[in-house]
Design a protein around this ligand. Structure first.
Ligand SMILES: Cc1ncc(COP(=O)(O)O)c(C=O)c1O
Length: 448
């Protein structure tokens, strides 16, 4: 644990006062926060974090599904420091660039799912998905079909909170009061067998029904109005929902047949979460665009990427040529410090075989998850790789269990209204996985 500042050295009262007076917390019940006040985290160590009162927590969510390499990887600190010294910032507008960004694009293209050879950088998952939406529209403009603007998404999906990505997100809490979704977004049934499957329906038949819904939607809207379909390989924030058997195998040929672009949102699943480098690998997906963020830098720096197929890239280049410019990009696109950290992440993955490690510890994680799921208060335990969810019979128990776990020194998170999500750093050891589920087991005592 870093010794920079001891708990006694934090002025707790003034931190709380300043927080309540000035800090607007994202994704927080802001009215309730005025009463509860902040939980202030002081430092991190491997898979643990410690608050300013000295309480230590096993970070069973890797922050927000993102610190793949834990909270104290010195190589990432050093990579950032080195880049800050050499070139702390440079832009990539108007053909300029820098070594960190260019090398990272090359390295990502080398490990991307087949055919995705071109990389656009942004800073967050939301920006990456917004960029993918705009690239889909630009692509269709290049094809002489600018009226293809509808983007199909699913209920319970989470794609972010900017106006574009929030429109694709399928969670009412992200819409209410915010004038989203915008009309270009169209939501299909959540691929959630336990919640949406009908009496007597098999998982395969459920998938076939959802594929039928997709066909009908395309028919009723007209393929000539649809730009793209977006999906997470495994839904995260909507409730850790694995695709039902045969779902993507049924969906993908329909998209292909109608020329609808397939955007795969790997903001959570990318970089090893499911035990493969990409969720697209483990779910046999052939994206036209893939977005990733979070574990790309282990969240030590904000960075996201959109990877493009040659087909999409060629269209974008030609449209840009016609318009004598490409009117999209961010000040921080390919930020050199973030890019340097991402390159170091990829180097660590290679040298320490992080994907192999996930493959070795994930079966134990999933076994203990299933054991926790035996509790009568749990409707279903489900997961893949190092992500898991416990769907509670009584939805409110997800939030209660989150609080009870925190009291046991474990951060896990209630998501999707009724699911407790677990998504630890990828570097978690077998012993730490055991400890995680021991703490969770103690927290579950209140369920009876
Ligand atoms: C699948 C998915 N897509 C997009 C996002 C949005 O990312 P950000 O919060 O970096 O904008 C998230 C965030 O959790 C996510 O889980």
């Amino acid at each position: 644990m870093s010794t920079h500042k001891t708990s006694a050295e934090f002025d707790r009262a003034s931190l709380v006062q300043a927080d309540l007076a000035h800090f607007v917390h994202p994704q927080t019940d802001l009215a309730a926060h005025a009463d509860t006040g902040p939980l202030v985290i002081a430092r991190g160590d491997g898979v643990f974090v410690e608050d300013i009162d000295g309480n230590r927590y096993l970070e069973g969510m890797a922050g927000l599904w993102c610190t793949g390499l834990g909270f104290s990887e010195p190589r990432l600190v050093e990579a950032a420091r080195r880049q800050l010294e050499i070139l702390p910032y440079y832009q990539s507008f108007a053909g300029r660039g820098h070594e960190a960004g260019i090398r990272l694009a090359d390295e990502l293209a080398a490990i991307a799912p087949a055919g995705l050879r071109h990389v656009f950088f942004a800073s967050s998952g939301s920006e990456a998905n917004d960029s993918a939406i705009k690239f889909a529209w630009y692509y269709w403009a290049a094809q002489g079909a600018p009226q293809r603007t509808t983007i199909l998404a699913r209920r319970r999906a989470y794609h972010g909170v900017t106006i574009g990505s929030a429109s694709l997100t399928g969670l009412p809490m992200m819409h209410g009061g915010f004038n989203v979704p915008r009309p270009f977004a169209r939501h299909l049934t959540a691929p959630h067998f336990v919640a949406e499957g009908r009496e007597g329906e098999s998982e395969e038949a459920f998938s076939a029904r959802l594929a039928g819904e997709l066909e009908e939607t395309i028919e009723s809207l007209g393929a000539a109005s649809i730009a793209a379909f977006i999906a997470e390989p495994v839904i995260g924030a909507g409730g850790v929902i694995l695709p039902p058997k045969g779902y993507f195998a049924a969906i993908q040929p329909i998209l292909k047949r109608h020329g609808i672009l397939f955007i795969v949102d790997e903001v959570i699943t990318g970089l090893g979460r499911l035990g493969t480098m990409w969720g697209s690998e483990s779910h046999d997906l052939a994206p036209d665009m893939l977005t990733c963020a979070k574990m790309l830098t282990s969240a030590y720096q904000p960075l996201s990427a959109v990877m493009l197929s040659s087909d999409v890239h060629t269209a974008i280049v030609s449209e840009s040529g016609r318009r004598k410019g490409f009117g999209h990009g961010f000040t921080y696109s390919a930020h050199p410090v973030a890019a340097a950290v991402a390159r170091e992440v990829l180097a660590i993955y290679r040298e320490r075989d992080i994907i192999g490690h996930v493959g070795r510890v994930a079966p134990g994680f999933q076994r203990l998850l299933q054991q926790a799921g035996q509790h009568p208060g749990v409707r279903e335990a489900r997961g893949q790789g190092l992500i898991g969810g416990l769907e509670m019979r009584e939805p409110a128990n997800a939030a209660r269990l989150q609080s009870a776990a925190q009291a046991e020194g474990l951060f896990v998170r209630a998501v999707g209204g009724d699911v407790l999500a677990i998504c630890p750093p990828l570097i978690i050891t077998e012993a730490e996985i055991t400890e995680l589920f021991e703490r969770l087991g103690r927290a579950m005592a209140f369920l009876g």
